[in-house]
Structures are given as C-alpha cells and as structure tokens.
Design a protein around this ligand. Structure first.
Ligand SMILES: [Zn+2]
Length: 242
C-alpha cells in the first residue's frame, strides 16, 4: 500500500494533465468564431465597394452607348425629308440626352459613395488587423500552454516506471483494473472511521478491522481499494527499522 500511494499520486497528476490537454484547445473555439465574424465584416465592406464600382462602369457604358446613338440619329437628321420624321428624331435625341444627364448625375453620386466606402474599408482593415493580432497572440499563448502541459505530463510519465517496479504485482494489477473501470479519480482511498472516502458509504466493522490488521480489501459499494492511514505509519516505521 505504501508503495502504491506514490504511484497513484503520480497517476492522478498525469490524469489532471490529460484533462488540461483536452480543455486548453477548447478555448480557441471562441477565437475561431471571432475570426470568422471579422472576416465576414471585411468581406461585406469589400463587396459594397465592388458593387458601387460595378454600377459606375454600367452607368458609364450606358452613357457612351446613348452618345453613340445620338451621333447616329444626328446623321439620320441630315437625310430626312419629311417634317414628322425630323421631329420624331429630334424627340428621340432629346430623350437620350435626358437619360444621359440622369446617368451622369448618378455617376457623380457613386463617385462620392466610392470615396466614402474606400475610407470605411481602409479604417475597418486597420481595426480588424489590430483585432486579429490580439486574437492570434492569445491563440499562441494557448498553444504554448498546451505545449507546456504536454511537457509536464511526459516528464511525469517518465517517473512512472520506477514507481511501478516497487509495487507488488498482484496489488498493481488490482489497482490497474480498478483505475481502468473508474476512468477517473483514485483507485486507492483511505478509511475515515468506518466510512469509505471514495463513495462515503459505511464499511462493515469486520472489514474495517481487517483493513486495520493490514489485509487488502475493496469497498463493497464502489470497489476501490481501502487503506488505513495508521497502517502506513506503522509500515513506514517497520521499513525504517529494517
Ligand atoms: Zn467506497
């Protein structure tokens, strides 16, 4: 029992490290969400700017098409004989000129909007880059924390072999089996009076006496190995006097 306790202490520490190794990377989850939000924000700004630039090009091409049409009509005017046809062409030209004026007005408005959109985009880029820098720094810290946890666990694991060799093989196999069943927590627990400290249930007086006498028992309720702290003191004194 005396040799099993240090092994269990080590195993519980290793277990705690493994838990941390699972928990630490979870912290990065919220940063991934933040990164996605920032990327979406930037994409929205960029697409707003692109849409304006597209509209500007469309307006400009409409203007030049209509100007070409006017040139065509003006050439037709020279050859027209009938007054109605002449008037009709003049009317068409007039309409085209009105449309061109509307589009040109829109282009001026778009240019103002593009300037504003560019400014907003460059401000957002700066802000988002700064936010990403902070987030990436925090992610790096998390990675380092994880690396450290792994290093601590490996160093603990390297101490395990020496401790295992000191434990009686049959006791070790019972301990290993209980640990495997329980998945977490101690497999070896002290008695507190007649109570198992693993499950807090009462142990029969006979079992308590036998544990006190140095026999190895498991708790009838939770199956953990039981020991009595006094026995360890005696065992220690006996080993020291040898
Ligand atoms: Zn128990």
């Amino acid at each position: 029992m005396r040799t099993l306790l240090p092994l269990q202490d080590l195993d519980l520490k290793i277990e705690a490290c493994r838990l941390r190794e699972v928990e630490i990377p979870k912290q990065k989850g919220k940063f991934d969400v933040q990164k996605q939000r920032l990327a979406a924000e930037l994409a929205e700004r960029e697409s707003a700017l692109k849409n304006l630039q597209l509209e500007q090009r469309e307006c400009e091409s409409e203007v030049s098409q209509k100007q070409a049409q006017i040139v065509k009509y003006e050439q037709q005017l020279l050859g027209v004989k009938k007054n109605e046809e002449y008037q009709a062409l003049l009317h068409e030209i007039d309409l085209l000129k009105k449309h061109i004026a509307q589009k040109e007005e829109r282009i001026i408005a778009i240019l103002v909007e593009i300037d504003a959109a560019k400014e907003r985009l460059s401000e957002d880029k700066k802000r988002i880059e700064a936010e990403l820098k902070v987030i990436n720094g925090q992610c790096t810290e998390i990675d380092l924390e994880l690396e450290e946890a792994v290093a601590v666990r490996k160093s603990l694991e390297s101490q395990r072999k020496d401790l295992v060799e000191k434990v009686d093989p049959s006791l070790l196999s019972r301990y290993t089996r209980i640990r495997a069943n329980k998945k977490t927590g101690p497999a070896l627990v002290p008695l507190n009076g007649n109570t198992c400290t693993g499950c807090h249930m009462a142990i029969t007086a006979q079992t308590v006496n036998e544990v006190l006498a140095g026999r190895i028992h498991t708790c009838a309720h939770c199956g953990r190995l039981l020991y009595h702290a006094e026995n360890l003191v005696e065992e220690g004194a006996r080993l020291a006097s040898q």
